[in-house]
Design a protein around this ligand. Structure first.
Ligand code: CTP
Length: 400
């Protein structure tokens, strides 16, 4: 944080008072802080509060140019190493998502090339409104990063998502950003598979599984944040993907196989988080299958094991990670996969454990390493599991 130029954009909501405390804490942590405010936010807290705490001028109006030698919004945009938008109101989020620049804050946000961290704060019904969700999705795709609101008491009396994250947590996230930015994963190529494959029976039916692709998405995102060049091969089209990630959509195990194998030589690390079908129908009917009799038998054949092929043919420099979703004998299943698929590490979980199943935002996993080491992680957010996994991958790649 020391010596970093942080631009804080403040928009008009009751949570502005937390931005005051955030300014003070950022300054104490050694950052150079400049603050810009929307006119509405000045109704809650006067600019003077931010000026005193940041020891810098506060910017509220595009047309007030205090220093004739520069254009303020461009100068500020270029000065920033990082921008925090806190609190981010629904209105400012909508402007950002649509490239509207009609005041000092929105214009500077459009002019900056610095990473933007956005901390939304609004009523729970507002944050769940389809328009706001759509705008947040767009910003996510545009590369804006989020400090998500936690659950808590909202000023309007509702309990739920929408409350501005506490200044300490915002600071912790920003510190992490600067650590990630200097990560040694910079420039490394990482391929992640995610989601459950779909095996067609006929033009209207397919066989699949419950995998949501969330774990793989979190891993891809974490690797991207640490500077890796990430290829995400996924079956899930519903999750937003950051524009810096090279996403390849596939459906079947065979399609996933083709994409991964074509990429095999270029990659430094493979993380196979997809739930790939072990079998696929031998015949895919050209026309919709009509019902006949009391039983219906589908003849299936084995798919190619992508993880096994990549593991068995990997070079000494490549790192290969597999997943094992079990319902019993987790350790035995993981160790057997380590051996047969020649992975460096298997991430195993019992999908029957609460908080570890498919589709959840949390996971309970154990890392089994090829060298016999084990690491048991308690219940935690999939994002935190992803961080710990990437830490281990950095070590396996010899980067730590
Ligand atoms: N995997 C793969 N290609 C396949 C099958 C699985 O890459 N055709 C990968 C998955 O992405 C995951 C790991 O292998 O990383 C899971 O192993 P898998 O053999 O699918 O597990 P199960 O089918 O559950 O194992 P088993 O039936 O042997 O218990």
């Amino acid at each position: 944080m020391q010596g970093k130029n942080i631009l804080l954009a403040v928009s008009g909501g009751i949570a502005v008072y937390k931005a005051v405390s955030l300014t003070s804490k950022l300054t104490q942590a050694g950052a150079n802080v400049k603050v810009m405010m929307t006119p509405h936010s000045t109704e809650f807290v006067p600019p003077l509060s931010f000026q005193v705490l940041s020891r810098n001028d506060v910017y509220t109006d595009t047309f007030v140019e205090k220093n004739a030698s520069v254009v303020a919004h461009i100068d500020l945009a270029d000065w920033a190493d990082l921008v925090i938008v806190a609190p981010a109101t629904a209105n400012l989020i909508a402007k950002m998502a649509n490239g509207i620049a009609d005041d000092m804050v929105s214009t500077t946000l459009l002019a900056t090339e610095a990473p933007i961290w956005l901390a939304p704060a609004m009523n729970v019904h507002m944050i769940n409104h389809p328009a706001v969700k759509r705008n947040l999705d767009q910003l996510y795709k545009d590369g804006v990063r989020f400090i998500e609101p936690e659950e808590g008491y909202l000023a309007c009396g509702y309990i739920g998502r929408g409350r501005l994250e506490e200044p300490e947590k915002i600071i912790a996230r920003i510190r992490e950003h600067f650590e990630q930015e200097s990560s040694r994963l910079l420039g490394k190529k990482v391929l992640v598979t995610a989601g459950g494959t779909r095996e067609n029976l006929d033009p209207v039916r397919y066989l699949t599984n419950r995998s949501s692709g969330k774990m793989g998405s979190r891993i891809a995102e974490e690797a991207m944040l640490r500077g890796a060049l990430v290829t995400l091969v996924t079956t899930i089209r519903e999750l937003p993907v950051n524009e810096k990630i090279d996403v390849r959509y596939v459906d079947s195990a065979d399609e996933m196989y083709q994409v991964v194998i074509a990429e095999q030589k270029k990659q430094d690390a493979f993380i196979m988080a997809a739930a790939v079908a072990d079998y696929t129908p031998i015949e895919v009917s050209e026309h919709k299958i009509k019902k006949q009799g009391d039983e219906f038998v589908v003849k299936m054949k084995r798919t190619k094991d992508i993880l096994a092929e990549v593991g068995q043919t990997k070079t000494n420099e490549q790192v290969v990670i597999g997943f094992a979703a079990e319902t019993r004998d987790v350790e035995a299943g993981a160790k057997q996969k380590l051996a047969t698929k020649k992975a460096d590490l298997i991430v195993a979980n019992n999908v029957l454990t609460e908080g570890a199943g498919f589709g959840t935002d949390t996971n309970v996993v154990t890392f089994y390493f090829a060298n016999g080491k084990q690491m048991e992680l308690p219940l935690q957010d999939k994002r935190d599991v992803a961080k710990k996994l990437i830490d281990e991958i950095e070590t396996l790649l010899g980067l730590n």
